[in-house]
Design a binder for this molecule. Sequence first.
Ligand code: SF4
Ligand code: SF4
Length: 100
Amino acid sequence: MDCQACGACCAVFRVSFYWAEADDAPGGTVPVDLTRPVGPLHRCMAGTEAKPVRCVALAGEVGQQVGCGIYEQRSSTCRSVMPGDAQCLKARAAWGLTPE
Ligand code: SF4
Ligand code: SF4
């Protein structure tokens, strides 16, 4: 499964994580300007807080060719989705993409 020809998981779910993963906290990496608050302790990627969902850091066309603009700085949530896992397959199905 080629993530660079997909991007579905960046355009289906609310991509939330502990607030301190943003770069206004010591050791945080995710650019805080690209996040939105989710309650007192969490944030999400801007663009994933409401439908239609699409992370602001995602470049390109879902299902064609995509890239993450903050790949090295992305959250643990982004890193946790693995090609072929349940979240991946759910996201691909939502975009009408085949499991492979
Ligand atoms: S949905 Fe799966 S294949 Fe598509 S970008 Fe996410 S992990 Fe990669
Ligand atoms: S930060 Fe990158 S990997 Fe994470 S949801 Fe946005 S585009 Fe996808």
